[in-house]
Design a protein around this ligand. Structure first.
Ligand code: NAD
Length: 482
């Protein structure tokens, strides 16, 4: 049984935690490893080592700092297959999905290699006679990221490469449900020969997070997870004067217009709703069908949902894996029951199903709820499982009103062949990531990951130029030489 360790000050060390949690394979219920819930004293060790390392690391020229990232990219590519298998085993998604998430993570390493350009400031000569003015970007200091279970390879890489390329020292607290991928990535980071204290890994859960939020050395917090925790993180860290970017939950709508190419719409929406067992923050969860689109969409979607092959993600041909924990399965199945009690019709029911050979796995099969009421509790709840709710409205006005009445704003999509409808939707939809005939509108690494409303607390998002701004502070110099 692998016992996970912390990586502090350039060395692997066993945690003094009094409590460990099991990390399980959700397809088999097999215990894969044990993860320590590290005490505050270990966060303190990491934060102190980082503060010390920062004094030298910020002086390393940015062109030298990014050399480590070129090596990291090569190592991640070399270990892609092994990492993807690890993601599938601890997280449940299919091998293809695991490769996809790692690819998006590596793209962030690639973009951060451009930090020598991205970090440039600007200047003016002669803002008054003989006086010049410059803006420089300097690193913030010690920064930390707290990440969720559903993208254990990609999400740490939304932050780490930019943070260190900008001259900061970085601490990761990965999800305690899927900590093994981060452990392996840190073993690769250890091969880079970075100075001790530049990157560190501290495992744990709430107590560990609180120690990070309260530590005076840590100047900036990046968080990705559910909305209640995002709000808590944002409030508690901001109270202590820290910079915070906190990405929260989601329940993403898609409008299906009667003029949509229905074959394409059904294929792409099914991939979005059921890919990663619906556990993507960019999963489409609510389909808003307009006018005549409803009946055909529902019929074709039901055919697609029942035909999806559910199973263990490393097996050939499997299209959807399990959800993350047994509790998660019970919660999702309970919410399908709630929807039924609230008057929705369960068109395809994924409850109580088993995968032969994997009877202990936490599988919920693709589910479709029709005629869900916009006022229902199920409509307000992030299900975070393979459940698509269908709503029926008369026209595009009503559809956009429904999309914009929601508390989240991570992503919204439309399927249409009309440029006018698409343009109107793009302009009016209250979400930060928009898909037009796209099911998972995941921004490339050189664009910000732009959640809105209760899907994001802060102003600068993850990835690209936003990440550079988040991880640097501007210094303006006004200069005169007599
Ligand atoms: P979570 O909020 O339960 O946990 C996220 C992190 O916060 C973990 O590291 C966990 O240890 C820590 N944490 C949990 N409870 C805490 C508490 N009370 N105090 C302090 N720290 C705490 O989220 P999850 O279940 O791991 O991930 C799924 C959620 O993440 C979904 O809501 C999903 O929509 C969201 N998500 C959002 C995005 C995005 O970009 N907006 C991306 C991925 C996932």
């Amino acid at each position: 049984m692998q016992e996970l360790q912390n990586y502090i000050n350039g060395r692997w060390q066993r945690s003094a935690a009094s409590e460990y949690l099991d990390v399980t394979n959700p397809a088999t219920d097999e215990v894969l490893a044990r993860v320590p819930l590290s005490p505050a004293s270990e966060v303190d060790q990491a934060a102190q080592a980082a503060a010390e390392a920062f004094q030298e690391w910020r002086r390393v020229p940015v062109v030298e700092r990014v050399q480590y990232l070129y090596k990291l990219k090569a190592l991640l590519e070399e270990h892609m297959d092994e990492l993807a298998r690890l993601v599938t085993n601890e997280c449940g998604k299919t091998y293809r999905e695991s490769v996809g998430e790692l690819r998006r993570g590596i793209e962030n390493v690639e973009v951060a290699c451009g930090t020598p350009t991205l970090i440039q400031g600007y200047n003016n000569e002669d803002i008054a006679r003989g006086i010049d003015e410059h803006m420089f970007r300097q690193p913030v200091g010690v920064v930390a990221a707290i990440t969720p279970f559903n993208f254990p390879g990609m999400i740490p890489l939304w932050f780490l490469p930019y943070a260190i390329a900008c001259g900061n020292c970085f601490i990761l607290k990965p999800s305690e449900k899927t900590p093994m991928t981060a452990q392996r990535i840190f073993e690769l980071l250890d091969e880079l020969g970075l100075p001790p204290g530049v990157v560190q890994l501290v495992n744990g859960s709430k107590e560990t997070v609180d120690a990070i939020l309260d530590h005076p050395n840590i100047r900036a917090i990046s968080f990705v997870g559910s909305t209640p925790v995002a709000k808590y993180i944002y409030r508690r860290a901001a109270e202590q004067g820290k910079r915070v970017q906190a990405q929260g939950g989601a329940k993403n709508p898609v409008i299906i217009m009667p003029d949509a190419d229905m074959d394409q719409a059904v294929r792409v929406v099914a991939e979005s709703a059921y890919g990663c067992a619906g556990q993507r923050c960019l999963a489409l969860a609510d389909a808003v069908t307009v006018g005549d689109a409803h009946d055909l969409f529902l019929e074709m979607m039901a055919d697609r949902a029942v035909s999806l092959k559910v199973g263990y993600g490393l097996e050939e041909g499997v299209e959807m894996g399990p959800v993350i924990t047994r509790q998660s399965k019970e919660r999702i199945e309970g919410l399908i029951g709630l929807a039924e009690r609230e008057g929705a019709r369960v068109v395809v029911d994924g409850r109580g199903k088993r995968v032969p050979g994997y009877e202990a796995g936490y599988f919920v099969f693709p589910t479709i709820l029709d005629r869900v009421s916009p006022e229902s509790e199920i409509e307000r709840t992030e299900i975070f499982g393979p459940v698509l709710s269908v709503f029926h409205v008369r026209d595009i006005e009503e559809a956009i009103r429904l999309v914009n009445s929601r508390r989240y704003g991570n992503m919204a999509s439309i399927f249409t062949t009309s440029g006018a409808h698409a343009r109107r939707f793009r302009y009016e939809a209250q979400a930060g990531n928009i898909g037009i005939n796209i099911g998972v509108a995941a921004p490339m690494a050189f664009y910000p990951f732009s959640g809105w409303n209760e899907s994001f607390f802060g102003d600068l998002h993850a990835q690209g130029q936003h990440a550079i701004e988040f991880y640097t502070q501007t210094k303006v110099v006004v200069e005169r030489w007599l």
